[in-house]
Design a protein around this ligand. Sequence first.
Ligand code: GDD
Ligand code: GTP
Length: 419
Amino acid sequence: MLKAVILIGGPLKGTRFRPLSLDIPKPLFPIAGLPMIQHHIEACVKIPNLNEILIIGSYNTNELQNFVQEMMSIYGIIIRYLQEFTALGTAGGMYHFRDQIRAGSPEAFFIMNGDVCADFPLEEMLKTHKNSSAMLTIMSTEATRQQSLNYGCLVLGKNNSVVHYVEKPSTFVSTLINCGIYVASLDIFQIMADKFYAKHVQETFMHSNFNGKDPAHIALEEDILINLAGSGKLFALHTSNWWSQVKTAGSAIYANRHYLELYRMKMPERLVPSSNGKCNIIGDVHIHPTASVDSTALLGPNVAVGPNARINSGVRIRDSIVLADAQIHAHSMILHSIIGRGSIVGEWSRVEGTPCDPNPNKPFAKMENPPLFNANGKLNPAISILGTRVNLASEKILLNSIVLPHKELTRNFKNEIIL
Ligand code: GDD
Ligand code: GTP
């Protein structure tokens, strides 16, 4: 039997994703029409013998419980949300709920960071894990020298064993990076227990305050992987499959494009065919069955339209996500933008952002996740975002701007955050 754990963090994480995560937990933000972690669940349910998924995080919302119920009814597999009392770190939460993970003695379990998206090679990872008798197997991919510093870096020895691991190094270590997807055997809990007791001793006798973190906080990367490297128990599966983190709102559009592309290859029924007789489509477009799109609108490539959204005549949308209940009135244009739930864009208006895709001329380049502001205090050019229930009047232009929920916009905006 196999299990999977999806780590979703809590309300204090995902700050770069605001305002999109203001009214919905970031792991439930829809990408290519599905909540971000539903893509993880879909990858897991394909693995034979995997019969339980545990979602661990510190969000305290009914939305996650409702999501879990919905997923169980769709996929017919046991899924549970386990809530940490505080952020316990990427391994602390698993250690806290170890009895639930160990119940039924799974031969191995997947660990998946909820904030990555990928064509997950879970089956291959499992094979590698079994063949190498590893305690932990990491999915890894290639990054550029410069970008590797933002990730966990691995140095490989014989048979893809990890001989050295550094989390977000300050100087170059390796271009092989940790993708935040793992297969683990149950004996990993012994390593976590050793770390847990070492911290307990430190707290009792040395009165450490652990930088304000809970003493039960254990980071999989710093506390476990670094120690496991070189022990012959840590292995990597190198993949060239598409993979990306979803940290900023801009990366949601990039992830949207790639999940739509995966639909084209594996589940074309989720895309609207270009010859559908109802509206004009270019490339990969997903439209929720309850959305209405006028026959003269032109959508795509890379567009996802959510439930009950209304797209009127002459509208042009590309590289954008239109969320549930949004309305785009006649002849408006939406480019590289996210239109929040229930927002309204008036007629002949234009909402445009700047694409922030990885540099196509650099092999292995990943998304940059720049901060909102540059050194001069100016907004870095990025996608435009209308938060929930924003109203943009007719004949207005909104360029590279971020709008917080419930705003009435009656003039043009350029490079602004509208609070
Ligand atoms: N349950 C729980 N509790 N989950 C957590 C906690 C916690 O206290 N802290 C973080 N997470 C979840 C996050 O929601 C995210 O899905 C994942 O664990 C990783 O979180 P971060 O702490 O933000 O790490 P990171 O994304 O900067 O780096 C990690 O992922 C990279 C790949 O995306 C590291 O594992 C890197 O080595 C790796 O390259
Ligand atoms: P490329 O720049 O080569 O991609 O060609 P393009 O000028 O056609 O640009 P784009 O693909 O972005 O636009 C595609 C369609 O959108 C065309 O049919 C344009 O007429 C239409 N379009 C461009 N700007 C607007 C606008 O502000 N409003 C509306 N309603 N449509 C627009």
